[in-house]
Design a protein around this ligand. Structure first.
Ligand code: DGP
Ligand code: NA
Ligand code: NA
Length: 210
């Protein structure tokens, strides 16, 4: 397709799912595979634990600090906001971003604690909208069997069951659901195909939204 404006942008591709669903491995496989096709790609993740806010989040997740449920919710959101302008610049310059967790994690994990869904969504309004959301689908029970959880705050079966319900509530028809129990190569093939389609749509002029 001919993009006469010459301003082709990168795609914002988000992977979501329960802890131990395999997102992180898939993100790291997708990166070189898209680069191999000649695309400019970066792999990002939220929470980004490298910032000051990210360090507070990390301390909370490893149970080194206690925070009010709403306070930590807003910190997770702030952690996305502090990366927003860089995210926009990267996308506009033509770089595709593969993002391991985004606003949906924010809403799914906090609403699983019983916080009001609309209250959880509010601080996410105005962040860049993903071009593609892929949900790596696994039951909480199967996820828990996978080599055990790492011991962080949310890695408990009962809680993950609630997170799964929240994701189910949040998901819409635009989400691509991938069976996370398939062989790792099969998941990779599906993801690559979806990502390439999405990158091409964005290149061909689909505008960035929020
Ligand atoms: P990860 O680094 O992907 O393992 O994420 C760390 C944990 O934090 C994981 O259990 C998911 C959870 N999480 C990720 N983003 C958010 C968020 O925005 N809000 C809340 N409450 N939890 C989140
Ligand atoms: Na985790
Ligand atoms: Na969406």
């Amino acid at each position: 397709c001919n993009n006469s404006k010459g301003d082709s942008r990168g795609a914002l591709i988000v992977l979501e799912g329960l802890d131990r669903c395999g997102k992180t491995s898939q993100c790291s496989r997708l990166l070189p595979s898209l680069e191999g096709l000649g695309h400019s790609v970066e792999s990002w993740r939220f929470p980004d634990r490298n910032t000051g806010v990210g360090q507070m989040i990390s301390a909370y997740l490893s149970n080194q600090s206690q925070l009010d449920d709403r306070a930590i919710h807003l910190l997770f959101s702030a952690n996305r906001w502090e990366k927003r302008s860089l995210m926009e610049a990267k996308l506009k310059s033509g770089t595709t971003l593969i993002v391991d967790r985004y606003s949906y994690s924010g809403v799914a994990f906090s609403s699983a604690k019983g916080l009001d869904l609309q209250w959880c969504k509010a601080p996410e309004v105005g962040l860049l909208a993903p071009d593609l959301v892929v949900y790596l689908d696994i039951s909480p029970e199967k996820a828990a069997e996978r080599g055990g959880y790492g011991g962080e705050r949310y890695e408990q079966l009962e809680f993950q069951r609630k997170v799964a319900q929240s994701y189910h509530t949040l998901s819409d028809a635009s989400w691509k659901i991938v069976d996370a129990t398939l062989p790792i190569e099969d998941i990779e093939t599906q993801l690559k195909e979806m990502a390439v389609d999405c990158i091409n749509t964005c290149k061909n002029g689909k505008s960035l939204s929020h």
